[in-house]
Design a protein around this ligand. Structure first.
Ligand code: SF4
Length: 413
């Protein structure tokens, strides 16, 4: 069994834990942001409705800023106020509402899970973090803990990016914060700290602290309600690790949670010495040729051809202008030829590569892909009969394009 971590990195004093909980909850009661899912979770008497609302908000908040989520959340809850309503929606409707929020598989999985609750669980959400994670597709350990604590009052901790930052600073954890050893310790810590009477509020308070006070670059330590429990802050003030009774200074040596000896505390960084992450892999570069095919619609207004992407993989099920991934370092002439061949399938007649007008390049960064769209256009002077054997496709006006389930990248194009 691995050796227990040095006490410096734990919350082993019950009196300190109690004081930290009290200070954090009192601050949260005073300073918390007014958010629609919080209002619903606090006032809704039906536990399943609370669970559903928190679930929707948590899935939307993964990788997305609160300010962006609010409008999407409100529209979603207006359209599908219950799990049962969501289970009856089509994937196309879900993608349309989700358009612009990014990470599109989230909406799809949310809807699949709602169908599962209705068809296999008699419409009742699982009530514990363990069951939520086990039974609902797309619900990981964090989301399960958030739903169970906020909606059902289970005393279980949560660890997200904000909590990682706060806990690493509170306990001077400087080993790679994405390593399993550190993540396991942080979950243990979150489960020790969570308030037994107000677990949902406590978890939200810890995340709120990370989002508004203990922020990545310039934390507001002077205003922090838990600064007296924060080892990083004390270290910054006093220039050395705080004294912990009966504990060796584990700042050197082979402590699995301290910063590596090769990258010790940097006093110019202060509390932002923590957390530390291994360097991220650079995003993969991809080039895609895309063509905006335009025709005159029956009322003379321009119409554009959009086609649907496959139902799995990046941007699954969304609509886009006919597009073709390109090999890197292809000559421009060759790119045109490949795109012209690809378009021929849609047109049903040969497309001359030189007839494609180069418009420019659009860069869009997905989380792990640096995508360059090489944009061409082609105006058609005769009609095209779309082949139903190919991927679904349709002609849309500009307004219809914007109302369709298209990604932000395609809107840029
Ligand atoms: Fe974060 Fe500063 Fe508060 Fe410590 S004192 S938890 S570093 S804001």
């Amino acid at each position: 069994a691995p050796a227990p971590p040095p006490a410096r990195h734990l919350f082993s004093d019950p009196a300190e834990v109690e004081a930290l909980r009290g200070n954090l909850l009192a601050w949260y009661d005073r300073c918390k942001r007014d958010l629609p899912w919080r209002a619903l979770a606090a006032t809704e008497p039906d536990a399943d409705k609370r669970g559903y609302a928190v679930w929707v908000s948590e899935i939307m908040l993964q990788q997305t800023q609160v300010a962006t989520v609010i409008d999407y959340y409100n529209r979603w809850m207006q359209k599908w106020p219950t799990l049962q309503a969501l289970a009856q929606a089509s994937l196309e409707e879900v993608n349309e509402l989700w358009a612009g929020l990014g990470y599109y598989s989230r909406g799809k999985r949310l809807q699949e899970a709602a169908r599962k609750v209705v068809s296999e669980l008699a419409g009742q959400m699982p009530r514990t973090a363990e069951d939520l994670q086990k039974l609902l597709p797309g619900v990981g350990r964090y989301t399960a803990g958030a739903i169970a604590s906020i909606s059902y009052g289970q005393a279980t901790g949560v660890v997200d990016g904000n909590v990682i930052r706060v806990l690493c600073r509170l306990r001077c954890i400087g080993a790679d914060s994405s390593s399993p050893a550190v993540i396991d310790r942080l979950w243990d810590m979150a489960n020790v700290l969570v308030d037994r009477i107000r677990p949902g509020d406590f978890n939200q308070a810890l995340m709120e602290l990370g989002a508004t006070v203990c922020v990545p670059k310039a934390p507001l330590c002077g205003e922090c309600p838990v600064k007296q429990h924060c080892q990083a802050w004390r270290r910054k003030l006093f220039g050395k690790p705080p004294a912990v009774p009966d504990v060796e200074d584990c700042g050197v040596g082979d402590c699995p949670l301290c910063p590596p000896a090769t990258e010790p505390w940097d006093s110019s960084l202060g509390v932002t010495n923590f957390p530390r992450k291994a360097a991220k892999k650079p995003p993969r570069a991809m080039r895609t040729a895309t063509c905006v095919l335009e025709r005159r619609g029956c009322h003379g207004a321009p119409e554009y051809l959009i086609v649907q992407r496959p139902s799995s993989g990046l941007l699954a099920g969304l609509w886009e202008f006919p597009s073709l991934p390109l090999a890197q370092d292809l000559q421009e002439e060759k790119e045109r030829e490949e795109l012209a061949d690809h378009l021929q399938a849609w047109m049903g007649w040969p497309v001359a590569a030189k007839g494609l007008q180069f418009i420019g390049e659009v860069i869009h960064i997905f989380s792990h892909i640096h995508q360059t769209y090489v944009v061409y256009s082609l105006c058609l002077d005769r009609d095209v009969t779309l082949d139903p054997a190919l991927s679904p496709s349709r002609w849309v006006t500009e307004d219809e394009f914007h109302a369709s389930a298209v990604s932000t990248a395609m809107k840029k194009v």
